[in-house]
Design a protein around this ligand. Structure first.
Ligand code: NAD
Length: 475
């Protein structure tokens, strides 16, 4: 029988007798069952978080830091068990699951070092005015299935550090590792400070609209982000939205195809392309287009698509059937329109597991669905460009604005282009590097607010200005 997992509510691991199955995307076998929670469990979790907020918000920040560090240590101490479970539910190859499970405690610890300092607005003979930060209260966290653990901890750590308490909902597709971590945290995080509850997508709007939740921090699709903003508007909840992207990578003619091909490949295909900041549109200068596209095709041939738990797998399955169908639909659309495939494009419908082959397209038009939409799969459209002005315009012609990259032998030129891109992050000669100490957030429809760094931490707080009139005659 599949292993049963419990939710963490008010310091207790609970189940409610109703279950949702969780499937391994590599073979479509049910590997676990988690509680299917609704309004009753949510109310309990929110009430616990509200009670805990009273003391947690007044707990000295050094104590709060210690708790976060101990929570991070518990993850690190169980690394081997956790990364295997993560591969089983998410699909990513073991090496990438290890990366996520090393990253999660490291990010928590880095975020725990942040300081919210008071600022002095005025210190004159007549007045002292200072700004302090106060926690917003109970936070509702909602996370997706592509990096289920990272996305959860990067919300939980700053919430706790700021003095907030949190009720977090994992994706129904990938709740197992998070619930196993919840079990490890049960006796570390004071009761009610961290609550983790699972349910179908329908639990999401209940969180967004819950009258006793003060803030929503969400990572997921732009479509859901819009619903969240709408739901949160009823009582003007604070919101942070980390949404979709259609990131452009620009390869200038001075980049060496032999040196960039492998890096460029993994900027698109890590986690089977299911990364918000994966390179989803690759613009290559016409002078090196043929050589670089050939090098990418050659490199792709050596990468194995398969079960992430098997040695040698470079690209795992798509995480769930719905996303698998969507990626297949985009590939079919490209075929119907006669676009040229350099690699892949043939999805084998027989057998189990949501496998899409590594697929590279040769110069499809800008309005092709596979270029204009976020694919979120192992698909890489290569496009030719002639001038810098033209490529900047094409890169910016998107409703998204999450990240981008420039590959060049001249980093100054890269920065010059980066400054003209309408995105929250731009990398020169690297990819996917996010620092927990630097703000990460999207422009345009890729997001609202930021995570990470002081900017991210401040999103869990209100500012409060306290002014003392020094020369007042009152008593
Ligand atoms: P999704 O929007 O379908 O689901 C995300 C979460 O929202 C899940 O927990 C889901 O149960 C919940 N949800 C669904 N409907 C809801 C509603 N109406 N109200 C509240 N919650 C609801 O996203 P997904 O398919 O799980 O993830 C893929 C998307 O996430 C991609 O677009 C990707 O780019 C984006 N993403 C963004 C970032 C970032 O940091 N910007 C990071 C990772 C993923």
């Amino acid at each position: 029988m599949a292993t049963e997992y419990s939710n963490l509510i008010d310091g207790e691991m609970i189940t409610n007798g109703e279950w949702m199955d969780v499937v391994n995307p590599a073979n479509e076998q049910v590997i676990g069952r988690v509680p299917a929670c609704g309004k009753d469990e949510l109310d309990r979790a929110v009430a616990a978080a509200r009670r805990a907020f009273k003391t947690w918000s007044k707990t000295p920040v050094e104590e709060r830091r210690k708790v976060i560090n101990a929570m991070a240590d518990a993850i690190a101490a169980n690394h081997d068990e956790l990364f295997r479970l993560l591969t089983a539910e998410q699909g990513k190859p073991h090496a990438q699951a290890q990366g996520e499970m090393h990253g999660a405690p490291a990010i928590m610890k880095a975020q725990a070092t942040l300081e919210l300092e008071e600022t002095i607005n005025e210190d004159s003979d007549t007045r002292l005015s200072r700004t302090r930060r106060v926690p917003v209260g109970v936070v509702g966290g909602i996370v997706p299935w592509n990096f289920p653990v990272l996305m959860a901890v990067q919300k939980i750590a700053p919430a706790l550090l700021s003095g907030c308490t949190i009720v977090l909902k994992p994706s129904p597709f990938t709740p197992l590792t998070t619930l196993r971590i919840a079990e490890l945290w049960k006796d570390i995080a004071p009761a009610g400070t961290v609550n983790i509850i699972t349910g179908e997508d329908s639990l999401g709007p209940m969180i967004t609209q819950h009258p006793d939740i003060d803030k929503i921090t969400f990572t997921g699709s732009t479509a859901t982000g819009k619903k969240i903003m709408e739901g949160a508007s009823a009582d003007l909840k604070r919101i942070t939205l980390e949404l979709g992207g259609n990131d452009a990578s620009i390869v200038l003619p001075d980049a060496d195809p032999k040196k960039v091909a492998e890096q460029l490949f993994w900027s698109s295909f890590t986690n089977a392309g299911q990364i918000c900041v994966a390179a989803k549109r690759i613009y290559i200068h016409e002078d090196i287009y043929d050589e670089l596209s050939a090098a990418l095709a050659e490199y792709a041939k050596g990468v194995v698509v398969g079960d992430g738990s098997e040695q040698g797998t470079g690209v795992g399955p798509i995480q769930n059937k719905k996303q698998f169908d969507r990626v297949c639909e985009l590939i079919e659309d490209a075929k119907d329109n006669g676009y040229k495939f350099l690699v892949g494009g043939e999805v084998d419908p027989s057998g189990s597991g949501y496998y899409v082959p590594i697929t590279i397209l040769d110069n499809p038009p800008e309005d092709a669905r596979i270029v204009a939409e976020e694919q979120f799969g192992p698909v890489m459209p290569l496009m030719k460009f002639s001038t810098t002005e033209e490529v900047i315009e094409r890169a910016n012609a998107s409703d998204y604005g999450l990240a981008g990259a420039v590959w060049t032998g001249d980093p100054d030129k890269g920065v010059e282009i980066a400054e003209q891109l309408e995105t929250g992050t731009v990398w020169i000669n690297e990819f996917l590097h996010l620092s927990p100490l630097a703000p990460f957030g999207g422009h345009k429809q890729s997001g609202f607010g930021a995570e990470y760094g002081i900017e991210g931490l401040k999103e869990f707080t209100y500012s409060q200005v306290i002014t003392v009139k020094k020369d007042a005659e009152v008593a």
